[in-house]
Design a protein around this ligand. Structure first.
Ligand SMILES: *Cc1c(COP(=O)(O)O)cnc(C)c1O
Length: 370
């Protein structure tokens, strides 16, 4: 039995007829950018998250970068201001900060959940701190009640990186509806994935919404009249139409991911594997199922020999990347250990129970040194 890490083709085959119909409608409409499909998707996704507004952009990185840029234009941020971000995030969160001339302050995550740790945030606050950028890593929300409390006390802006957590909730409140704004990615492999690059920002702030609406479109609300030095970062009609179809399947797919996660959680008993810690099982959307082990290379090889494909999210932390020599002096032992121990098991909405149990058995037959 071969079990791929994620079977994207199977996921999109499930709604193949509807996708073809939606794409044909766009083809035949003669309108391909900033039209009805985008408006429709934005309205629906805002409603899904519970926020007032949604703005489609070209990708998840732009969603974060443009939001910080908009806050600069609105006079809420200036170059040199500090943004607190978990040290173990994907590089995109950090890139959005440095692209804007802001300073990333990397803090160690909670070692249980891998999410931004409120205690460490408090210790990292300085007179220059202006933004908290929690990342809902692997599909589980950060401790947003505690983080919002810190933000309120110190008058900080909160930008959620929700790229891995479409539909995840905490106390019944969804990702994308906690911060002043939130960035989403619809990269094909994300829980809600387009057939190419796409992203979105959610917010309930009408002023931010207006600035972003112009920024993503050359800084223009009105054709040929430019109020900002904007960019071209638009979510095209074809991707918007695809996303509207796939949004209807998202909750059902999340349930399927939860079933697979529960099979793993209840049946993997190998003592060399630490299972992910779940603050609330019914609220996690399981973008990734990430275990920890001190024998990663051996485990990965063992699983591969049983036909189980695994990946590492992520092998190198941002502060050790060649792109950031200025961060290399940082000592972040929790983050560094994580990057040596994490391994992501196959996870996806089209996985069968039989496949999941095969992964379980492959894990349980692992004996390092044997
Ligand atoms: C995928 C991802 C992004 C970036 O999204 P793109 O659409 O690939 O630009 C940002 N942050 C996190 C945590 C991600 O997983």
């Amino acid at each position: 039995m071969h079990i791929p890490f994620l079977d994207l083709k199977a996921i999109n085959q499930d709604c193949r007829e509807q996708l073809i119909e939606a794409m044909t409608q766009v083809l035949d409409s003669g309108w391909y950018i900033q039209g009805k499909q985008l408006e429709h998707f934005e309205e629906r996704f805002a409603g899904y998250c519970g926020s007032r507004f949604c703005l489609g952009v070209a990708n998840g990185l732009d969603a974060l970068t443009l939001t910080l840029r908009a806050w600069k234009l609105m006079g809420k941020l200036q170059a040199g201001d500090e943004v607190i971000v978990p040290a173990n995030t994907y590089i995109a969160s950090i890139l959005s900060i440095t692209e804007n001339g802001l300073v990333p302050v990397l803090v160690e995550p909670d070692p249980q959940t891998f999410n931004l740790c409120p205690k460490n945030v408090e210790q990292a606050l300085t007179a220059k701190t202006r933004v908290l950028l929690p990342v809902h890593l692997y599909g589980q929300l950060a401790d947003m009640p505690a983080l919002l409390e810190i933000a309120a006390k110190h008058q900080l802006l909160v930008l959620e990186d929700s790229a891995q957590s479409h539909g995840a909730t905490l106390n019944g409140r969804k990702a994308g509806n906690w911060g002043d704004a939130s960035g989403f990615s619809f990269y094909p492999g994300k829980n809600l994935g387009a057939l190419g690059d796409a992203g979105a920002i959610t917010t309930s702030d009408p002023e931010l919404f207006q600035v972003l609406k112009a920024l993503r479109n050359y800084g223009s609300h009105e054709k040929y009249k430019n109020i900002y030095q904007g960019v071209n970062s638009r979510l095209d009609e074809l991707q918007a139409a695809v996303l509207s179809v796939k949004l209807d399947y998202l909750d059902q797919q999340t349930t399927q991911r939860r079933n697979i996660a529960n099979l793993y959680l209840n049946n993997i008993t190998c003592s060399d594997i630490t299972l992910p810690s779940v603050t609330s099982a019914e609220q996690h959307v399981w973008h990734l199922f990430v275990i920890r082990t001190q024998h990663r290379e051996a485990l990965q090889q063992h699983l591969a020999s049983q036909g189980v494909q695994t990946l590492i999210h992520y092998p190198i932390p941002p502060h050790k990347q060649q792109a950031y020599p200025s961060l290399q002096h940082l000592q972040l032992p929790i983050t560094e250990q994580m990057h040596e121990q994490v391994l992501s098991l196959p996870m996806g909405p089209t996985m069968t129970e039989e496949q999941a149990m095969h992964v379980v058995q492959a894990c349980n037959s692992f004996a390092p040194g044997a």
